[in-house]
Design a protein around this ligand. Structure first.
Ligand code: ADP
Ligand code: SF4
Ligand code: MG
Length: 345
């Protein structure tokens, strides 16, 4: 993957996002801790997968990185320049060089505009090409995402979900972004169409050196597409590292449970019946200690007390857990067994 500078294209430094929760008249003011103390880096041309259950804060983090959500604490830097509380010019540069693709392919397009009008609008607002060259650039962008130039004259209602998502990607590419945040952008599509869109993103990454933050709950797709992967649980990143490393040797018990639930990841191993029991707790009342402890089959006394688990690291693979796995030890997802029983095999 291309790395053009010494610093990451995008960097989050201890970023938190909270939302006020409107309670009853006399109730104490409570907040939703959607994202807590997230630190991550995305390099130019790199694809970072962001995974975790629904409600873990993935979308909020994605929006906060692009300054579409107010950051309560911490700092975001784009291309080495601070954008949280930064200069207007830096925020404008972020807007000019980043784009977002959403889950609902129809929602990102105006139903009253043709595809051509909708892409041309972006080209005009961002003054990407001279007025006379707009139609040719629209045709070029449609071709780039695997649509036909003639489809510039159709409206979104005349397209399938997959075609609409391609058009949404063409619109995102119109600004010539260096980074795209793709938020569950294939989740609403049929499996075969999902594959086509993933191939398209891989292709664009090669052709344009695009960096992508790929938010998804489908780990099989993330494994295929991403260079690195970050796993979120209740607003925090609990594990991060090279995708292949994290998928074959998950270190955090939560990641291990997610990986065990991928049907095709280790066909020769019997899958645990219920790799991850229960629901995540509410982000309004995050458990003390390790937030995963109520669901963790490895949980020990110290996991339930006040201190956060330590961050551990082997090369560029990090995770936060009290368990110290030296060398090649792997976390085995457990079902109902205690940690000691599992260690005994
Ligand atoms: N605008 C908002 N106001 C209040 N709570 C929000 C808002 N946006 C998200 N949340 C809450 O923040 C948490 C994280 O949400 P989200 O980022 O959408 O998670 P994910 O994308 O992983 O499903 C959830 O509990 C969600 O209900
Ligand atoms: S710190 Fe404790 S509760 Fe948290 S994942 Fe590790 S073993 Fe489980
Ligand atoms: Mg989401």
């Amino acid at each position: 993957m291309a790395t053009t500078t010494n610093w990451p294209l995008l960097e989050a430094d201890h970023v938190s996002v909270t939302f006020p929760l409107s309670g009853g008249l006399f109730s104490k003011k409570r907040v939703v801790h959607a994202v807590t103390q997230v630190t991550l880096k995305i390099r130019a041309g790199e694809t970072l997968g962001l995974v975790g259950e629904s409600g873990s804060g993935k979308s909020t983090l994605g929006r906060a990185l692009l300054q579409l959500e107010k950051v309560s604490e911490g700092e975001v830097r784009f291309d080495g320049q601070r954008v949280t509380h930064g200069l207007k010019s830096e925020i404008a540069r972020l807007r000019m060089q980043t784009a977002m693709i959403f889950q609902d392919p129809f929602a990102s397009l105006n139903p009253r505009q043709t595809l051509g009008e909708s892409i041309a609008e972006v080209l005009r607002v961002h003054q990407k090409v001279p007025r006379n060259d707009v139609p040719a650039r629209v045709a070029e962008l449609l071709t780039l995402v695997g649509l036909r130039p003639e489809q510039a004259s159709v409206k979104p209602s005349q397209l399938s979900g997959g075609q609409c998502q391609r058009a949404g990607i063409a619109r995102a590419l119109a600004i010539e972004p260096r980074l795209i945040v793709a938020d569950e952008c294939v989740a609403a599509l049929d499996v075969s169409i999902q594959g086509q869109i993933v191939n398209l993103l891989m292709d664009l990454r090669e052709k344009m050196g695009l960096a992508i933050l790929f938010i998804a709950h489908d780990l099989a797709i993330v494994r295929r597409l991403c260079d690195r992967v970050a796993v979120m649980y209740l607003g925090r990143i609990v594990e991060e590292g090279p995708a292949e490393e994290v998928f074959t040797r998950p270190r955090h018990p939560y990641t291990a449970a997610l990986v065990a639930a991928i049907p095709d990841i280790s066909p020769d191993k019997p899958l645990p019946e219920e790799p991850l029991g229960g629901e995540p707790p509410s982000p309004v009342a995050i458990p003390q200690g390790c937030a995963f402890h109520p669901r963790c089959p490895y949980a020990q006394v110290q996991c339930r007390t006040g201190a956060l688990p330590p961050t551990r690291q082997i090369a560029d693979h990090t995770w936060t857990c009290v368990l110290s796995h030296a060398g090649d030890e792997t976390v085995v997802p457990l079902t109902g067994r205690s940690f000691d029983e599992a260690q005994a095999g």
